[in-house]
Design a protein around this ligand. Structure first.
Ligand SMILES: [Zn+2]
Length: 268
C-alpha cells in the first residue's frame, strides 16, 4: 500500500514536471469540471456547417465606414511554422502600427522569450490560435490534411489551455480565438463563445498562409475595404509577407487608413 502511494506521488510529481517543461498551465480540478460542463452542455449537437465563414465567425469591423483596418498575424507553430519574422515585427514597431498576434501554444513553446517580449508591448494584442493549432471541429473534421479536434472535450482543451497559457504570462485573458487553419463547424464557434472567446475570421486573405509574393501581399492589402480584418502570418521569415506589408502600409496611411487591434472596435 505504502509503495503504491509513493509510486502515485512520484508519478504525479513527474507529470507536473512534464507540464512545467512544456510551459503548459497546470490542469486543475476546476479545469476538469469546466470541461465536463461543456461536454454535457453541447452533448448531441450535430454540426451542419464546415469552413472559414460558418455561422458566428466574425470577419470584419462592425458598421465600419471610415478607413480602418485590423491587421492580424498568425504564429502557427506547426513543424515548419515555428519561425519568427523579425523584420516584419520590427517594421510594425518602428512605424507604430498596432496589430493582433494570434499565437498557438506550439509557437509559444518554441518561442517563450519572444512571446513574453511581444506580450509586453502595448502595440500588440495577443490572441488565441489554439493550443495545438488544430481545426475547430466537434466531430474530427480535417482541413488541409490536419486533423480537427475530435469532440467537444478536445476542443475545450484546444481553446482553453492556450487562453490560460496566454493569461498566465500577460495577466490578460485573450478575447479572440482563431483556430489552426481557420476552419470551424458552427457548434465549435458556440463552444468558443461559451469560453468567452470571440471567433475572429478574416475578410482579406493577406498572404494565403505566407505563400504570396510580396507583390501579391501588397495588392491584397491595398484592396482592403474599410473595416477589413486582414489575415497574415508572422512565423515565416523569408516569405513575401514582410516586404508586402512594408510596401502597403505607407500607401494605406497616405490614403487615410488607420490600424486597430481587434478589441478596439466591435466585430460583425
Ligand atoms: Zn495558423
Amino acid at each position: 500500500m505504502m509503495r503504491l502511494l509513493v509510486l502515485v506521488i512520484l508519478m504525479l510529481g513527474f507529470g507536473t514536471q512534464l507540464l512545467a517543461a512544456a510551459g503548459a498551465p497546470p490542469v486543475s480540478e476546476e479545469f476538469g469540471l469546466l470541461r465536463e460542463r461543456m461536454v454535457s452542455r453541447f452533448a448531441g449537437r450535430v454540426p451542419r456547417e464546415w469552413g472559414e465563414t460558418v455561422t458566428g465567425v466574425r470577419t470584419r469591423i462592425k458598421n465600419a465606414t471610415d478607413k480602418v483596418i485590423a491587421l492580424t498575424f498568425d504564429a502557427c507553430g506547426s513543424s515548419s511554422g515555428k519561425g519568427f519574422d523579425a523584420s516584419l515585427v520590427a517594421f510594425l514597431e518602428r512605424e507604430q502600427v498596432p496589430a493582433t498576434l494570434f499565437m498557438s501554444g506550439r509557437w509559444i513553446e518554441a518561442n517563450p522569450e519572444l512571446f513574453k517580449r511581444l506580450a509586453g508591448t502595448s502595440l500588440f494584442e495577443i490572441a488565441n490560435h489554439g493550443d495545438r493549432h488544430r481545426p475547430a471541429s466537434v466531430v474530427g473534421r480535417k482541413a488541409y490534411g490536419i486533423d480537427g479536434t475530435r469532440d467537444v472535450g478536445e476542443l475545450v482543451d484546444e481553446i482553453e489551455l492556450n487562453a490560460r497559457r496566454i493569461a498566465a504570462t500577460t495577466g490578460k485573458r485573450p478575447g479572440f480565438y482563431r483556430s489552426g487553419t481557420a476552419h470551424y463547424d458552427e457548434v465549435a464557434v458556440e463552444v468558443a463563445a461559451a469560453l468567452d472567446q470571440q471567433v475572429a475570421g478574416f475578410s482579406v486573405l493577406g498572404d494565403a498562409g505566407a505563400t504570396f509574393s510580396a507583390e501579391q501581399v501588397r495588392k491584397a492589402l491595398l484592396q482592403a475595404p474599410p473595416g477589413a480584418v486582414a489575415l497574415l502570418h508572422m512565423n515565416h521569415p523569408g516569405s513575401g509577407t514582410a516586404a508586402g506589408v512594408m510596401a502597403a502600409i505607407p500607401e494605406l496611411k497616405r490614403r487615410g487608413f488607420r490600424f486597430v487591434r481587434l478589441s478596439e472596435l466591435p466585430l460583425e
